[in-house]
Unconditional design. Structure first.
Length: 308
């Protein structure tokens, strides 16, 4: 039986443990301060403001659920929801398909993989920037490069961003162009699938499509689910592209009036911070519902290797 540690040694161990604990808390303190000051406090403040009439110039006046009731009768809010849902339902599947297709292509072991991966990832870093928004507006303008290219074939292209029928489509195209981050995640997931599965399937006579459907998709389903959640959340929060391309108006004819852009107009354009705060919490609820539905549905199509 081991002898008990002397009291002096116990005190040293206890003192060392307290020093380590203080050191840990000192390293964690900046994170806690940031979480409280930048995240938690603004969220609580916005929740309170959503029940008030507040225009930044006078103290908030509590009005209960009036802001939420006004949202039910706001036609522009309904329009912004329609635009945002269209953007999400079109942009997310197209982006996911493009990202997965290029990831499969890059996974075949082509030369210069690191270079291709960096080049394809670059749009994800720049896609949300003001500069790219301005560039996109120039590309799809009436005299932009897209119409100049179409003119070579005798096609008179429309003013893509000035036509309500095509303006939103240009933003969807910009969103799909930023497939790089999803592609990198897909590529990492493809690298984790054992090659022996494909070799065994080839011996059994399975073609590429059957291998993709029966091996790649099931084993990659957790990665697909992860990317899907991130892309849906990010798409609902899209703001910069619509603001720059439409000049902050959401036009033409509110065809690019994203929910976040309308929230910005109400909060900083009309200085109705109470209504904007209510809109922000409604957006949080929408994202939470979509996330919850995806998690519930994932039980039927996401395959985990350790699942019973």
């Amino acid at each position: 039986m081991a002898a008990a540690a002397p009291p002096a040694q116990k005190r040293k161990l206890s003192l060392a443990a307290r020093h380590q604990e203080r050191a840990a808390w000192s390293f964690l303190a900046p994170w806690f301060v940031g979480m409280l000051a930048i995240t938690a406090f603004p969220m609580v403040a916005s929740l309170y403001l959503s029940f008030t009439d507040y225009n930044l110039l006078k103290p908030p006046e509590f009005i209960g659920l009036e802001n939420y009731a006004d949202m039910l009768n706001d036609p522009r809010l309904a329009k912004s929801l329609g635009v945002t849902f269209t953007y999400v339902f079109l942009g997310v599947p197209l982006l996911m398909a493009a990202a997965l297709g290029l990831a499969i292509m890059l996974n075949r072991g082509i030369r210069g993989l690191a270079i291709y991966r960096s080049v394809y990832y670059l749009p994800s870093l720049l896609g949300g920037s003001v500069a790219v928004g301005i560039l996109w507006r120039q590309l799809f303008g009436t005299e932009g490069l897209v119409n100049q290219f179409l003119a070579l074939f005798g096609i008179d292209g429309p003013g893509w961003i000035s036509d309500p029928d095509t303006a939103l489509g240009t933003l969807v195209a910009l969103h799909v162009w930023t497939f790089g981050s999803a592609m990198v995640v897909f590529l990492a997931g493809l690298r984790q699938i054992p090659e022996m599965y494909y070799e065994a399937a080839s011996i059994d006579g399975a073609g590429r499509w059957r291998q993709f459907r029966s091996i790649t998709l099931p084993l990659l389903s957790p990665i697909i689910f992860f990317n899907l959640i991130l892309q849906i959340i990010g798409s609902f929060q899209t703001f910069t592209q619509a603001f720059i391309v439409s000049g902050g108006s959401g036009g033409p004819a509110d065809s690019t009036l994203f929910y976040t852009l309308y929230l910005y107009q109400e909060g900083f354009g009309k200085r109705d911070m109470g209504y904007a705060s209510a809109m922000a919490w409604f957006l949080l609820l929408i994202i939470a519902v979509f996330t919850a539905v995806n998690f519930i549905a994932s039980k039927h199509w996401v395959f985990y290797s350790d699942r019973d």
